[in-house]
Design a protein around this ligand. Sequence first.
Ligand SMILES: Cc1cc2nc3c(=O)[nH]c(=O)nc-3n(C[C@H](O)[C@H](O)[C@H](O)COP(=O)(O)O)c2cc1C
Length: 215
Amino acid sequence: MQKVLVLFAHPAVKRSRVNRRLAKAASEVPGVTFHDLYEAYPDLVIDVSHEQELLAKHDVVVFQHPFYWYSSPAIVKEWMDQVLEHGWAYGPNGTALKDKVMICALTTGGHREAYSREGHNRFTIRELLTPQEQTAFLCGMRFVAPFVVHDALRLDGPHIDPYVDAYRALLEALRDDAVDIGAALLAQRIEEVVVAATPAPFVAKAMGVVKGGAR
Ligand SMILES: Cc1cc2nc3c(=O)[nH]c(=O)nc-3n(C[C@H](O)[C@H](O)[C@H](O)COP(=O)(O)O)c2cc1C
């Protein structure tokens, strides 16, 4: 069993449709610690000791948030600035996070094709996450391919359900050490790795890995 910590960040969660549903599912997965950063720190003053204690107790760190300006809501940056201290997270004796897994779980307004060389966002999500990946690398963490829900502004009601199921399946797979981390380090998207390990064909379909059923 792996201890999974979900760090959730949405500055207007009451108006969220997709993240709110994903967050509820995450908070209900047994063995997963769910931590809402804006709820804990509405004034953005981070309790660094508390966050470091939480991190030390977990093996997998999930950053869940909407994609804002090709990055994250502001509290995630503030959290990184404050919590990832020299001598603790990196630098001399900074080994507290060594070998832990980091993964981003994102929603985007942009559609899937927009995040490609030919699309209007020009880069893949994985490429846009380069600063996060290098941050993880500097801290000795293993940064794996992201979980991404595209077109979030257009999804509603039952169309969100398969993504909720896929996210739950991902968190359970991470918890149960059922994800091939070696493959996930190299993949563009986590579902390329996780789908094979999950029983539900609709998860694969929802995540766009296959059309019409399980592969
Ligand atoms: C300040 C701001 C910046 C945004 N930047 C991006 C962006 O860079 N790329 C993108 O695809 N969507 C962007 N969006 C759209 C959000 O990603 C989208 O509203 C969110 O994923 C919807 O999820 P929710 O229903 O949980 O709020 C942005 C939205 C806001 C408010």
